[in-house]
Ligand binder design. Structure first.
Ligand SMILES: *Cc1c(COP(=O)(O)O)cnc(C)c1O
Length: 362
């Protein structure tokens, strides 16, 4: 498949070619059933096996302890912005949020509709160029959870160190999902949309601590209740069949690559390669993010002028480097280098950046 381009999309993102090809080969007639997986009952044996395997692999690959359950839900990460406060903010408890950028703000906006929610640290003061130290996070009494966005996809920042706080944490991990290990004892709930690092769009993967399910809110629509979704094994209604199937294949691919640790190491290597190119460019390329908070998944950078950025992006596209434009809200450039983006694409990109600099002096 020589016509595959270097796809630096922030989401939906590039997926492993092997996974796409395997799905293609199975698509029309799934394991001799005479029909596609997406045409058959989600309660039949074929899909049951697919779902069970995806659940088991997600616990295994992400090294999740037994006191958590995994849920496959619809509505993407965004519906979790509402489901979390709906379920967890009972008895007048408050939700604390680290405002680290665009996605955190979204979680705060939706949270306010369902309970008392406050900003425990605000990154607006530094234009969202870094994550807070634990000592900067200010929690109030009666706080049920601290919500963090472990990696801000648009700003290109991540928590290098996990916050040390006295309340359980809830994490939106969408854009670095299963790209690094987690200290699970600190978390009650971890979630993300699958389409950034784990599969096609159409599903949120949610890990929830089982012991909290007894005290979640029971006065909300049934689909929205974590306890019901958990007790039904994410089969309360028709689940997102195709995303679950693809996610299972991506997990198998991840395992074959060496699992979570391999993903973490590779992400560090790939992001380092681009940051080094930026840092060694005599300020031709510039990363606005504080070094300690630099994302390993979304590398944001600027060129000396907007005119040069425009030229860079158009020549990059012509050369087969796609989706390097920064988010419309911040401009500039962004290379999203999720798990399935080959190292060779990053090497090719850094070569292209160096060449562009030489032929287009600032
Ligand atoms: C993309 C993204 C979201 C939104 O995800 P959807 O699945 O589209 O709802 C939320 N949080 C973060 C950090 C993201 O990168």
């Amino acid at each position: 498949m020589s016509n595959r381009k270097h796809n630096f999309s922030a989401g939906p993102c590039t997926l492993p070619l092997e996974v796409l090809e395997e799905a293609q080969s199975e698509f029309v007639d799934y394991q001799g059933a005479g029909m596609s997986l997406i045409e058959m009952s989600h309660r039949g044996k074929h899909f049951d096996d697919v779902a069970n395997e995806a659940m088991a692999l997600s616990m295994e690959v992400f090294q999740v302890p037994d006191d958590f359950s995994v849920l496959f839900l619809q509505g993407g990460a965004l519906l979790q912005f509402s489901m979390i406060p709906m379920n967890l903010l009972t008895d007048g408890q408050k939700g604390a949020y680290v405002n680290s950028g665009t996605w955190a703000k979204g979680a705060i906006t939706d949270g306010k509709e369902y309970g008392e929610v406050y900003t425990a640290w605000d990154g607006a003061d530094n234009n969202y160029t870094r994550m807070p130290a634990s000592s900067e996070i200010q929690l109030q009494d009666n706080t049920r959870y601290l919500h963090i966005t472990t990696n801000e996809t648009i700003g290109g920042i991540r928590f290098a160190e996990w916050p040390e706080v006295d309340v359980p944490m809830v994490a939106d991990m969408s854009s670095e999902y299963m790209a690094r290990p987690l200290p699970w004892d600190k978390f009650d709930l971890v979630y993300g949309g699958a389409q950034k690092n784990l599969g096609p769009a159409g599903m949120a993967v949610v890990f929830v601590r089982k012991s909290i399910l007894e005290s979640t809110n029971k006065s909300i629509g049934r689909y929205l209740r974590y306890d019901i979704q958990e007790s039904k094994g994410s089969m309360f209604n028709t689940p997102p069949v195709f995303p679950i199937y693809m996610f299972g294949k991506v997990l198998k691919w991840m395992k074959a690559q060496g699992g979570l640790q391999a993903m973490e190491t590779t992400a560090a290597e790939k992001s380092n390669a681009i940051y080094s190119t930026i840092d060694n460019s005599d300020n031709y390329f510039n990363c606005p993010v504080e070094v300690a908070s630099r994302s390993h998944m979304n590398v944001v950078f600027r060129l000396p002028s907007e005119a040069l950025e425009k030229k860079f992006l158009s020549e990059a596209t012509a050369a087969g480097f796609l989706n390097l434009k920064g988010h419309r809200s911040v401009g500039g450039c962004r290379a999203s280098i999720y798990n399935a983006l080959p190292k060779s694409s990053v090497t090719a990109l850094t070569g292209f950046m160096d060449d562009f600099k030489s032929s287009n002096p600032g």
